[in-house]
Design a protein around this ligand. Structure first.
Ligand SMILES: O=C(O)CCC(=O)C(=O)O
Length: 315
């Protein structure tokens, strides 16, 4: 793979946002190949805990910014019993959503019920697996929130405290759908509730650095060199909740047709940085939107969509 000329940048940042950039796509494909060889044998798994109290979660995982899988956190959620593809397709049928919204080559507007039919029928040949990513459902389908229980782990979410609602989004995709390596915007931590299907997660510590080797190839082995584990993996099962602390890189592959819900929460210590980042991004879009659209169309498109949804929620 061609190196980025004269650059010693962290290649992970190259993947961030630049979802349709050919260099980023080649890099991601090479990463996928490397993961395929390593993932089952060499990466440590994310720890799983059962019925963990909010206080223990705080002390052991939140304070140390360590990912963890929490079992039984969702057992009171009606969604676990009620949500199926058929149920959601019936109740959200005519809502228009954007499928594959993390790509500007592949994205498309579609009726929700039609998208579910496409997911269940599997991708047509040559098409990527359909994926409804980061769907801000709260305005169009507020009744779905009735099926989602409280989570004691996000009781201090600074966004909820300030704006009155959590940032909750749905991910509904076909087997094989993936979200490429990225880290979440604006200091948000993720609490990802798996409702249907299984998902493979790869998590990279915030300090992880990916550089080129002397021959110009990406040095994936360097990610785990030095004995300090920087890459973790897990397969999230229905009923489990995964905590991904802010700034951790993550990459997700849907192993079976799946439905999941993320809360993107703002921890108290990050509140100032979060709201500064959101405001900064909004100002950048307002003042430099045209330049951004030329330099990085995918980033421009994703930011525009995100703020449009945000405006609906605030509106
Ligand atoms: O499930 C996915 O495909 C991605 C989830 C994710 O990146 C998140 O919730 O922050």
């Amino acid at each position: 793979m061609a190196a980025v000329a004269g650059s010693d940048e962290n290649l992970l940042s190259r993947l961030f946002y630049k979802q349709d950039d050919p260099v980023a796509i080649a890099l991601e494909d090479a990463f996928e190949g490397w993961l395929g060889l390593k993932v089952r044998t060499e990466f440590p798994s994310v720890t799983t805990r059962t019925r963990l109290s909010a206080a223990a979660f705080d002390a052991e995982y939140k304070q140390t910014r360590t990912p963890v899988i929490l079992q039984h956190a969702l057992s009171e959620w009606p969604a676990l019993q009620r949500w199926s593809f058929e149920d959601l397709a019936q109740r959200c049928a005519d809502v228009v959503v954007t499928a594959n919204s993390y790509s500007i080559c592949d994205d498309r507007q579609v009726r929700f019920a039609d998208l579910v039919a496409q997911i269940r029928n599997g991708p047509r040949s040559g098409e990527s697996a359909p994926y409804l990513q980061e769907w801000q459902f709260q305005k169009d389908c507020p009744f779905l929130l009735d099926d989602v229980g409280e989570l004691a782990y996000i009781a201090d979410d600074a966004q909820k405290k300030l704006l009155g609602f959590h940032n909750a989004v749905l991910w509904i995709g076909a087997r094989g759908a993936r979200t490429r390596l990225h880290r979440d915007f604006a200091w948000m931590s993720t609490f990802h509730a798996q409702i249907r299907g299984r998902k493979q997660w790869i998590l990279l510590h915030p300090d992880a650095v990916l550089r080129h080797r002397a021959d110009g190839e990406p040095d994936f082995a360097g990610l785990v060199a030095g004995g300090r584990a920087k890459v973790f993996h897990c397969v999230l099962e229905p009923g489990e909740l995964l905590y991904v602390p802010y700034h951790w890189w993550h990459r997700v592959r849907t192993l079976e047709d799946g439905i999941s819900l993320s809360f993107h929460a703002v921890e108290e210590e990050c509140a100032r940085d979060h709201f500064r980042a959101v405001l900064g991004a909004l100002i950048e879009l307002a003042l430099n939107g045209d330049a951004m659209r030329v330099a990085d169309p995918a980033r421009h498109e994703i930011a525009t969509r995100r703020f449009r949804e945000y405006a609906k929620l605030l509106g």
